[in-house]
Design a protein around this ligand. Structure first.
Ligand SMILES: Nc1ncnc2c1ncn2[C@@H]1O[C@H](COP(=O)(O)OP(=O)(O)OP(=O)(O)O)[C@@H](O)[C@H]1O
Ligand SMILES: [Mg+2]
Length: 354
């Protein structure tokens, strides 16, 4: 019987490409702890994100490739993930030590569903196995405590504020620090201080993704956030209406000016499916959402339908990706979370390799 060497296995694995990163798994450094003894092969496949939607496809291709090597009688495949942390090209912003990727969720127009989308994406990424934080960047109108159904005074440890956990997500919001219903009346410099504290005085621990739910528009908080830490990418949420899209373009331009790459656009309230006749209605616009994203020159991350359950889930602190996992809106949100994780990995590996 043929004797198998580690090189035989690596050569076979060189034929398997990561479908997103377009390089083979060995070149990408994704194969670790390779051991071969009497035809029994074992190694660890290290993916770039726990939320990789292509995990099973890659595992299947790996198994098939190893099977082609003569003499292999057994394969023990362990799959894990390790975040690759992007480097700040400017190197003058203070990094968050344990956080791999800070991702801003913005829009030009208010009320398009940023907070709803941010909360559900955070929960979906956590469900997929990623370590996720969610920072409510809306200092004047914090909605996340309600949308996550958790409102308590956060504890402190060693001079740092501890985030609260809800639905597997670590989160922090101005809404936890003021009485419910109380207005925050602050001017620019205080706002700047609050954003700084939320980033650097909160003990975020080890996170794969820290999503930041921004207030609408292109104002002080957006600027503060980007000046205070390295934001790896931004997601722009819009509805299909022309006014929302016009404002989304402004948000895209703002991120471009601040040198934050836009990872993609999400179209929320994209359509409504009539519960009686099952026909689709484009309430805010008709036509193809991906073409609208393309017209903005941005990758399309996905479309979310308008559905009363989504609003109700937000109002009652029960994110629909957790409570209505099989609905079409939850599936859409979970698919978007996967696409987002893919875009982040593609961008990070792209910058690593220049
Ligand atoms: N897909 C959806 N289907 C039904 N209702 C939705 C959907 N997305 C968001 N909503 C509802 O629309 C309203 C506005 O959403 P949300 O607060 O998330 O928007 P926002 O962009 O964060 O607003 P702001 O600009 O004020 O921060 C909320 O009542 C929310 O529950
Ligand atoms: Mg909001």
């Amino acid at each position: 019987m043929a004797t198998v060497s580690p090189d035989d296995i690596l050569n076979a694995l060189r034929t398997v490409q990561d479908p997103d990163l377009h390089r083979d798994l060995v070149t990408l450094g994704m194969i670790e702890d390779l051991a071969v003894a009497d035809g029994a092969v074992s190694f660890t496949l290290v993916l770039t994100t726990a939320a990789c939607p292509l995990k099973e496809q890659i595992e299947d291709e790996v198994r098939a490739a190893v099977r082609t090597v003569p003499g292999v009688r057994d394969l023990t495949l362990r799959t894990t993930s390790r975040m690759r942390k992007p480097k700040d090209p400017t190197a003058d912003r203070k990094a968050l030590p344990g956080v791999a990727h800070v991702i801003a969720i913005g829009s030009g127009k208010g009320g398009v569903g940023k907070s709803t989308v941010a909360a559900n994406l955070a929960v979906a990424l956590a469900q997929a196995g990623a370590k996720v934080g969610l920072l409510d960047g809306d200092i004047y109108g914090p909605n996340l405590p309600r949308m996550l159904g958790t409102r308590r005074q956060p504890a402190q440890r060693d001079g740092k504020i501890l985030p609260l956990e809800a639905w597997g997500v670590q989160f922090m919001s101005m809404g936890l620090l003021v009485e419910e219903g109380e207005a925050v009346v602050w001017r620019g410099p205080m706002l700047h201080g609050a954003v700084k504290s939320f980033l650097h005085d909160v003990d975020w621990g080890e996170l794969d993704y820290l999503l930041v739910d921004l207030p609408p528009g292109t104002g002080d908080v957006q600027l503060s956030l980007i000046q205070q830490t390295f934001v790896a990418g931004a997601v722009v949420v819009t509805t299909p209406s022309t006014v929302a899209m016009e404002d989304a373009v402004k948000a895209v331009n703002m991120f471009a000016k601040l040198q934050v790459p836009v990872l993609g656009v999400i179209e929320n309230m994209s359509y409504f499916t009539c519960p009686n006749c099952a026909s689709r209605h484009g309430i805010f616009n008709s036509g193809a959402p991906d073409e609208r994203a393309l017209a903005m020159g941005l990758p399309f991350l996905g479309a979310i339908p308008l559905h009363p359950d989504v609003r109700e889930g937000g109002d009652h602190g029960r994110p629909v990706v957790a409570t209505h996992a099989d609905s079409d809106y939850a599936r859409a949100l979970k698919a978007i979370a996967g696409h987002l994780a893919q875009r982040v990995s593609i961008q990070t590996v792209g910058t690593e390799q220049g």
